[in-house]
Write a protein that binds this ligand. Structure first.
Ligand code: ZN
Length: 408
């Protein structure tokens, strides 16, 4: 088969476009496929009216490799003059406007980006970092523009730290799908998003899961009708606060014991934070021994572990009674970090009970948090928060990312 005919078929080039020449320069620049337009049937890209040709401009796109050789498309792209809209370059069927990669090549970059970092993909495909980052940003913009308004009846709101420790974004999600990423973790972060949602969508919300965090609570109370009964302080966050309290007790106690020459708590941090169901026999053996050693840390751990057993109630009244019993125990523990969390829990008890009886949760499938961690690692190379946000949408937005030309 003639090489022109081969590439015409591979590329699916159709009239009025045709493959005019194929340059093969191995191992030099690779394969360059020249495509030309017959010059007939020019239409204005804005209104579709028949136009006269104005001139042509040469453009070049990177395409999928031919075997291991880099492959380029080069075309003299006509510009048409419309009486109404002036001079415009014609769109080409193999690439998005303003891209220097063909749509198939962009799709390949998108597929690689799902598993690799921007730097890795750039290196593998012989592209610049900004070319790959540009593909990701265009993919997210396309996906967001195509998104349809199916508003969920349960959402979760969470913060996640970006780069330096005190920079945050607020992530609003439904199950494993990110709906929105806002700057900071302030009331305004959430206010702006709520204000952009249809009133009936917000009225239709049944639960809003979140941490016991004042700005998110205030914003939700201000925008969601009936929010007082919909805000749910989920198990995941309660566990996190209690876990921190246990760790504070352990650190203080370990320091005190070391001063007396006693190192029983050494290297036990992770031990107290693990879920007993996930422990090996050896770990469980050590924990059992420490539990019976009359340690403050063991008491804190027991209080936390008991709180984690109070999430299966169906009836609010029963749940409230059990949580108040727990509170009375925790507040008499003489362990300051535990008492502090117990007070926070009591203040927010109705929202915790809403989480208990509705099962509302922010603990998404394991893949979600793993992916957030991966994005954070990749984000070390990001110069700004917008790129971090784009990566969250790219990986977790459930978006339709591919260029039009390759959508199935
Ligand atoms: Zn026109």
């Amino acid at each position: 088969m003639h090489d022109r005919e081969l590439y015409r078929q591979i590329l699916g080039v159709q009239a009025p476009w045709e493959v005019s020449e194929v340059d093969v320069d191995l191992p030099g620049t690779g394969v360059t496929v020249h495509i030309q337009h017959s010059g007939s049937d020019l239409a204005c890209p804005q209104c579709g009216a028949a136009c006269s040709g104005y001139d042509t401009r040469e453009r070049k796109w990177r395409h999928l490799d031919t075997c291991q050789y880099k492959t380029w498309l080069v075309a003299q792209v006509p510009r048409a003059r419309c009486p109404e809209h002036g001079v415009h370059q014609l769109p080409v069927p193999w690439a998005e406007n303003n891209s220097r990669l063909t749509a198939l090549f962009e799709a390949l970059v998108i597929d690689w980006l799902k598993i690799g970092t921007i730097s890795e993909v750039a290196e593998r495909l012989g592209l610049s970092w900004s070319a790959v980052s540009g593909v990701q940003e265009r993919a997210v913009a396309r996906g967001l523009a195509r998104r349809t308004q199916d508003f969920p009846n349960a959402i979760g709101i969470d913060e996640t730290a970006f780069q330096r420790r005190h920079q945050y974004v607020t992530v609003i999600s439904s199950g494993n799908r990110v709906l929105h990423v806002a700057d900071d973790r302030k009331r305004a972060s959430l206010d702006a998003w709520y204000a952009a949602q249809p009133a009936e969508a917000l009225a239709g919300l049944r639960t809003v899961a979140m941490d016991m965090w004042r700005p998110f609570i205030d914003s939700t109370l201000a925008h969601v009708p009936g929010a007082a009964h919909k805000i749910a302080f989920d198990k995941f966050h309660v566990a996190m606060h209690l876990g921190d309290a246990v760790d504070k007790v352990r650190r203080a106690e370990h320091k005190g014991l070391l001063a007396e020459g006693e190192s029983v708590l050494i290297k036990s941090r992770y031990l107290w934070l693990q879920h007993p169901d996930n422990m090996t026999d050896k770990t469980w053996g050590r924990l059992k021994a420490l539990k019976s050693a009359n340690l403050k840390t063991a008491r804190a751990w027991a209080i936390k572990t008991h709180a984690m057993c109070l999430w299966d109630y169906q009836v609010r009244g029963w749940a409230r009674r059990a949580w108040m019993d727990w509170y009375n125990w925790a507040i008499r523990s003489r362990l300051a970090p535990v008492k502090k969390v117990a007070r926070t829990i009591k203040t927010h008890l109705e929202g915790i009970l809403t989480a208990v009886i509705t099962g509302a949760t922010n603990a998404r499938a394991e893949g979600f948090n793993t992916m957030i961690q991966k994005i954070k690692r990749d984000a070390r190379g990001f110069r700004n928060k917008e790129r971090f946000k784009a990566a969250i949408y790219f990986h977790l937005g459930g978006l339709d990312l591919y260029p039009d030309a390759v959508r199935k």
